[in-house]
Design a binder for this molecule. Sequence first.
Ligand code: UDP
Ligand code: MG
Length: 316
Amino acid sequence: MSPLVSVIAPIFNEGAGVDRFVTRLGEVLGDAALDYELVLVDDGSSDDSWSRIAHCALVDPRVRGLRLSRNFGKEAALLAGLEHAAGDAVVVIDSDLQHPPSAIPAMVRRWQDGAHVVEAVKRNRAGQGLGNRLGSRLFNRAFTRLTKVDLVDATDFRLLGRPAVEALRRMPEHSTFFRGTSSWIGFTRATVEVDIDHREGGASRWTLRGLFRLAVNGLTSFTSAPLHMVTLAGLAFAVFAVVLGVQTLVRWISGGSVAGFTTVILLLLVTGTFVLIGLGVIGEYLARIHDEVRARPRYLVQERAGAPETADRRVV
Ligand code: UDP
Ligand code: MG
């Protein structure tokens, strides 16, 4: 039996894009003669995305739909897809056609040659503004540096073999960071280079706030380095405090006046800022612990469309 490839795509208010995406995938995978299923995860869209997904699932038995009960975010949608995919290999791809489906056959070949995780790395970055590009580069560098998990030029577009999918599913964390966790698990890896296309229809579904949260979650779930930095900054401050304190005392004892309103204001501002940032960093970790401890489900499924899971085909 030829291997089954599951393609998972998160969909949030993509409307007309759904049909375009399904058609395009069908063309590419059909040409490559791949046995596939397409799992479309509707991440609580408020437009007609779900009815379009349901329609696609009705006319094409290879398409399955999963509708989350509200917008849980892309990470949760990916997880839902991973948990409902039956394939021997699972490909995760954006539904806005920014990730070229034409790269999938090459990824599958790498997998058949023995790689367990095949990452698509960006050759270019079409459709990303300068700020976005700078921000993501800065984040990827910092993340790679702090966690030793290499994110430079990585995308969410990747293929995972069944063992890698099972490894990911065993990770219990509440706020997942797919790009990070799918690197963290290890396994034999390979890469294919892709050109990131311009978005087909609409604007990016990410808000600045969403991206900021993704970055903070990603970092806090992978490293406690920021906490150590706070400690180090505190130690540096202690040294500074001793030196300045002794100097001030000596001056005072020897009768010299200590010049100073400006100094006092500046010191207050600097220490205040440091203390608040330190508290904020601790707070981020506390919030994560809070999330994990509550252990609520990471997503909820409202309804499904298409054939039931072809779990009997799964080779574990
Ligand atoms: N997406 C999602 N839930 C969200 C935000 C985005 O499922 O809350 C999906 C979206 O439909 C798309 C993919 O995630 O398939 C990437 O989103 P987008 O293209 O907006 O991000 P960008 O390409 O700007 O990183
Ligand atoms: Mg996009």
